[in-house]
Design a protein around this ligand. Structure first.
Ligand code: 5AD
Ligand code: SF4
Length: 483
């Protein structure tokens, strides 16, 4: 299932430079979305200042932290299994090891975690990471510790994250936290709280720091980036109460993106995630204006049926979504789009499913992230709707969607053949140490012979062959971003 990324499977242990004088060892592992990986960099940075260096060896660790995901039941099961592994290590090898759970599962299960999973000493929600040093003191004194308080204004804007497991080329910079959309299937508004934006100056300062360290590409991150709005701090929903001055000096996503691209003309920018109802045409126009904003938008749709979209409390119809996509293609014809789709949402019929397939045919996404509906406790869908699509039907519909997306992806990738495209070199190809791997502006992976080029360089690559997910080419020189 190429191009179908099963988010919840990506466990990754992280390392960073060691700080002299730090004597304790932290093993930190992340699951789920990019925001979690970015948050782990913030957590490591906080603990780095409090005596902890990271280790990649679980058996050595004084403290094990797992940054968790609750988006689907499978994600939570993966983490429960990981906890069993920690348990075995603690029992057999490292009895003094402490274990903490961070992120969405911590927020969702709260103190229940301490009761259910005896191995867990520490439970910390996504807005409480600054409290970690205090909580660890509690743990050291032999008490369980918990902080799952969600915040109105925490954005960690004042913390400069350490870059973990970094290639020195790509970095995440978070710009908003939380989500106010309340899609009925989604646990995120409960685990990550209300939407708030980070101060633009701290975002620019972080990008400046990345720039100075030689990073070349920044992904601006948020649950809902198009909804970014800075007016001096506080929740997005309270903007209505802002003073005239605060309103006049507010900064929205278009302005932020424009500033980033203008201030750092030799870096490339991406952003994720966009929600159709909050996406403004000005964002697309800003993308069109700047060569260094990548021509790629992740634009989740969830379903192609207006009836299901309504049940999901998505704030748009199928027709409105299509109109938006058509407008985007009109402004940036060579853009690539990707989707998130949930199949088997309660009450979904064969006709609704056909609507999803025909939407895929119309939009022609380059990539897709497709999931079976997983009922999440506490969400509106769980409270109001019966999870009534049988598992085998969900499975069959998912495989039909994935198969169609695969066919479309191949067509979409083939459109690049014969073109010379700008590629940022990110790493050695997994298949050959003679080849580089990078991405074009449209986010498609490109592999080509290394010759004398280096990681972090922007090169023009002529595309000669492809699979559905990867372009194969040959470099023909440096791109204009290298001048
Ligand atoms: N079941 C299945 N998929 C879900 N997603 C969010 N909640 C659920 C759920 N309960 C998917 C959506 C979202 C992506 C991050 O995860 O497609 O866009
Ligand atoms: Fe969840 Fe919807 Fe918010 Fe995305 S926009 S995080 S799916 S509530």
């Amino acid at each position: 299932m190429e191009k179908v990324i099963d988010e919840e499977k990506q466990g990754e242990s992280l390392v960073l430079d060691q700080k002299a004088g730090n004597t304790k060892k932290l093993f930190i592992e992340s699951y789920g979305c990019q925001m979690n990986f970015s948050d782990s960099e913030i957590v490591a940075s906080i603990l780095y200042e409090n005596g902890y260096n990271t280790t990649q060896n679980l058996e050595d660790a004084d403290l094990v932290l797992v940054n968790t995901c609750s988006i689907r039941d499978k994600a939570e099961q993966t983490i429960r299994k990981r906890l069993q592994k920690y348990n075995a290590v603690k029992r057999d090898i490292n009895p003094n090891m402490k274990v903490g759970v961070l992120g969405c599962m911590a927020e969702r299960l709260k103190s229940q975690f301490l009761e259910e999973e005896k191995i867990v000493d520490l439970v910390v929600g996504p807005d409480a990471y600054k409290d970690l040093p205090n909580l660890l003191s509690e743990v050291e004194e032999g008490r369980d510790a918990i902080n799952v308080i969600l915040s109105k204004d925490e954005t960690y804007g004042d913390i400069s994250p350490v870059r973990l497991n970094s290639n020195g080329v790509n970095a995440f910079v978070s710009i908003t936290r939380g989500c106010d959309n309340m899609c009925t299937f989604c646990v995120v508004p409960f685990t990550r709280g209300r939407e708030r934006s980070r101060e633009p100056q701290s975002i620019i300062a972080e990008i400046q720091d990345l720039h100075d360290k030689g990073f070349k590409e920044v992904m601006l991150l948020g649950q809902n980036v198009d909804s970014y709005l800075w007016y001096g701090g506080g929740l997005k929903k309270d903007f209505v109460k802002a003073t005239a001055m605060e309103k006049a000096t507010s900064v929205d996503f278009t302005q932020l993106l424009d500033q980033c691209a203008t201030l750092f003309p030799k870096m490339r920018f991406r952003f994720s995630t966009s929600n159709p109802q909050d996406m403004h045409i000005e964002v697309i126009e800003t993308m069109a204006k700047h060569h260094n904003i990548c021509n790629y938008i992740h634009l989740p749709v969830q379903s192609g049926s207006t009836r299901i979209l309504k049940e999901m409390n998505r704030q748009h119809t199928r027709e409105e979504y299509i109109a938006l996509v058509d407008k985007i293609y009109e402004i940036i014809p060579d853009i690539s789009l990707s989707q998130d789709i949930i199949t088997g949402f309660p009450t979904e019929t064969e006709e609704d499913h056909q609507d999803t397939l025909s939407l895929l045919e119309h939009v022609k996404y380059d990539f897709g992230f497709m999931f079976s509906y997983s009922e999440r406790p506490g969400t509106m869908a769980a409270r109001k709707l019966e999870d009534d699509v049988p598992e085998e039907v969900k499975k069959r519909r998912l495989s039909e969607i994935v198969a169609l997306q695969q066919t479309i992806a191949l067509e979409r990738t083939q459109r690049f053949l014969g073109q010379e495209m700008e590629v940022l070199i990110e790493r050695e190809s997994k298949r050959s140490d003679q080849q580089w791997s990078g991405r074009n502006s449209q986010n498609t992976v490109v592999v080509f012979p290394k010759e004398n080029y280096k990681i972090g360089e922007f090169v023009m690559v002529k595309m000669t062959d492809c699979t559905s997910g990867t372009l194969i080419g040959k470099a023909v020189g440096y791109s204009e971003l290298m001048n």
